[in-house]
Design a protein around this ligand. Sequence first.
Ligand code: FAD
Length: 538
Amino acid sequence: KLLLTFAICRLIVTVGLTIDPTDLLRLGGAAAAAVGGIQLSVDQSDLESASMDFGMLTRTEPLAVLHPSSAEDVARLVKAAYTSAQVFTVSARGHGHSINGQAQTNNGVVIQMSGSGAGGEKRVGPRPGPPRVFEKERFVDVWGGELWIDVLKSTLEHGLAPKSWTDYLYLSVGGTLSNAGISGQAFNHGPQISNVHELDVVTGKGEILTCSEEENTELFHGVLGGLGQFGIITRARISLEPAPQRVRWIRVLYSNFSAFTGDQEYLISLHGQPDAQKFDYVEGFVIVDEGLINNWRSSFFSPRNPVKISSINGGNGGVLYCLEITKNYHESTADTIDQAAAVLTDKEVEALLKKLNFIQTSVFTTDLPYVDFLDRVHKAELKLRSKGLWDVPHPWLNLFVPKSRIADFDKGVFKGILGNKTSGPILIYPMNKNKWDQRSSVVTPDEDVFYLVALLRSALDTGEDIHSLEYLSNQNRQVLRFCDDTGIKVKHYLPHYTTQEEWMDHFGDKWGRFHQRKMEFDPRHIMATGQRIFKLSS
Ligand code: FAD
């Protein structure tokens, strides 16, 4: 660690900072050194926030933090790390919403990409430029650390919006593009990584390269879903569409799992029929019991929809499934609801609902502005924060489950291993594999349709065993063992492994190419070591 600290001190000199290298160790929480627009901070609060993430399961302190104001800042730091005799690591950190320390590093520098936007993180020094919307071409150029909420706000000023989303918007563009970025629009538009025209990337050699389908294609496809392994995204060009103004948001319930999945699969099959009426968003969740921590994503059922879920379920405590769908529509003017548009939406929704097999008495509908729909999870966040339930450990498990085995998963996990306590919402929705570009780094099951199953768990210090981190982590292991034993070939989304063998198994056929790309773009293995795929090479 001492040697590395000296390497970073040399870097400070290399990039033109006036700090005396020997002072770095003595700085403690005192300061950041600043010259020529680049700042490398050893301020204790910077180190502290770069040491943690949303998961709160791992804590790793970096040697220093960089708040870049441009791609050039990022490139200068990475180049210095790459060319240094005593190599050190560089990890981009977006909004730190990983679960297992993926943006952390203990023997190098964290580049804090996000800051000063709606996410409220502090920024030191000048901010990279705001999103730049190209109306005619229908795309937006954004800084890699931009939060999606800020991208949305900027594009709406032009009546446009990105097509594919995550459920929660306080995540960075670079962070979600390094995974996939999925929500209920993915069946139709593909994940966020399928909606990018072009990227600027600082590779592990410190070069700034523009890449796209036409230019530096290996880098382009590698970086999308690439877990930060090949470079740092400093600019992304994201595809836009005319922004809808309102959303009809509907939830219906099922007690029969195959009716539920049959309807979900039918709805996502309509994507291939351009003239077919279809919903704009298809998701779903499993309802095991009620209560804030279990259903923090579904404030929907109350108070305007006061029906008790247990009454629908006949009070028998069985598992219920909720299909969640939306229809977007445009108003003719900005401040009045166009009755004709609303009536048309009613008719389309009605026609689509007629084809589904849900419990007829269980239709819950609401109508709201598009922004409020997209930003829905933030409301739940504020509620949890106010009760001290947000900053707690999150042993989340996100799996892609092949369609052919989803019923086995239901029997073994939802109706088996989980019992009737879940410690957080359980999302379940299908996607079409043909919307995922196989040239990207992301790995999905080997079937045309696969489901996301997300166990979004919070460990609470209630004194009760079933809420403890140990209990929930153990249950996650049980779920994975069950899939293994019964041959359900799941793939992890937001994967976390600790050995290269496990990573090779995860990537399967894609490992060879992934490894090759690593050798080409980050030969010293300095980038995103928190993913624990490659070890820093000396
Ligand atoms: P970080 O945690 O900061 O970084 C994640 C990884 O990406 C790290 O390895 C980091 O080094 C790398 N990285 C970060 N920035 C860059 C960059 N500019 N260039 C290259 N690499 C970079 N995901 C979904 O798909 N859909 C959802 O609906 C969804 N909802 C979520 C809701 C919540 C409350 C939370 C906590 C997470 C959710 N996620 C969802 C997961 C989320 O997309 C990922 O955890 C994502 O990585 C978070 O982005 P971040 O900016 O916080 O990334």
